[in-house]
Write a protein that binds this ligand. Structure first.
Ligand code: SF4
Ligand code: SF4
Length: 291
């Protein structure tokens, strides 16, 4: 089983379109959508949910009003100003509670419950390109890194169950905790970048992160013809950093047009783009077989 994680320094580089296109090219793939804060791969894959579950992480305090004697101890002790007193009726604001447990410990009548915090939902779905492991983080919920790890774990389980050989993971943008959670233990990473000054800068930051984990990486320059001078620098920088240039994709309206029709570009009639993406996929597969 091999896993390719597709990431980008920031959103809007075309990472998800590239992920969907590559996922459509492999017949033996499970797809993992790890962009849990802003999942949009499902817009193209239209997956039908087969299994789902609640993602819990951390703890959340809440007051059982039938037991509370309104002593005010919890209000006094909470350092996060999560406890509210409304005319002697005490309650805990969910978004402010940090789950430290101090109020639970010191409540004289055990009126404070301390349950698992429900942070999101995970799904296993069927799509026209195979099984998809994906998730949704609830608004304001944290710990997206843990949810990313859960989505990857479920994708691996499905890959084994279905006797598949490949996982294509659409990772989150940036270089934060969710990105680290999405690349740890992966076989290779594909960075989708664009020829802008910020794209160039992000590439260096993200490549340094990947090198730290000793994971081989490829770079694909999307909309390369928008600035060929920066594209050349990105290619040069990729090689200097020890990466492999997987390919360059020209600017094309077909990406947006396909997305609007809920299709991958591989389902469009743009032969030029399809051939470029096929070549990128073949290059990555070929190199990954030797890893
Ligand atoms: S510490 Fe317990 S009893 Fe006192 S106000 Fe808070 S919940 Fe109510
Ligand atoms: S668990 Fe901690 S943060 Fe939450 S209400 Fe109690 S004292 Fe405040």
């Amino acid at each position: 089983m091999k896993e390719l994680v597709i990431i980008s320094g920031k959103g809007g580089t075309g990472k998800t379109s590239v992920s969907a296109a590559l996922a459509s090219l492999s017949e033996s793939t499970v797809i993992a959508d790890c962009d849990v804060d802003a999942a949009d791969l499902h817009l193209v894959l239209s997956p039908a949910v087969m299994e789902s579950g609640i993602f819990e992480s951390g703890k959340l305090a809440s007051i059982d009003k039938s037991k509370c004697v309104s002593c005010g101890r919890c209000l006094e002790l909470c350092r996060f100003e999560a406890v509210k007193n409304n005319d002697g009726i005490f309650s805990i604001e969910e978004t402010s509670c940090e789950g430290c447990g101090v109020c639970v410990h010191f409540c004289p009548v055990n009126a404070i419950m301390f349950d698992e915090r429900k942070c999101g939902e995970w799904y296993i779905s069927k799509s026209r390109f195979g099984t998809v492991s994906h998730a949704r983080l609830f608004a304001g919920a944290e710990n997206s890194g843990k949810l990313v790890s859960l989505v990857r774990k479920k994708a691996k389980e499905k890959t084994s169950e279905e006797n598949k050989s490949f996982i294509i993971t659409d990772g989150p943008p940036g270089i934060g905790c969710p990105v680290i959670a999405s690349i740890t233990g992966a076989d290779a990473v594909l960075i989708v970048t664009e020829p802008t000054l910020s794209g160039e800068h992000d590439l260096e930051r993200i490549a340094s992160l990947i090198k730290h984990f000793r994971i081989p990486f490829f770079v694909c320059v999307n909309r390369f013809d928008v600035n060929e001078e920066i594209t050349s620098r990105v290619e040069k920088k990729t090689l200097e950093l020890g990466g492999i240039v997987a390919g360059k994709i020209p600017y094309s309206k077909i990406f947006t047009q396909s997305q609007i029709r809920a299709l991958t570009v591989m389902e469009s009639d743009c032969v030029e783009i399809k051939n470029i993406i096929k070549n990128i996929w073949e290059k990555i597969c070929h190199r990954m077989m030797t890893i």
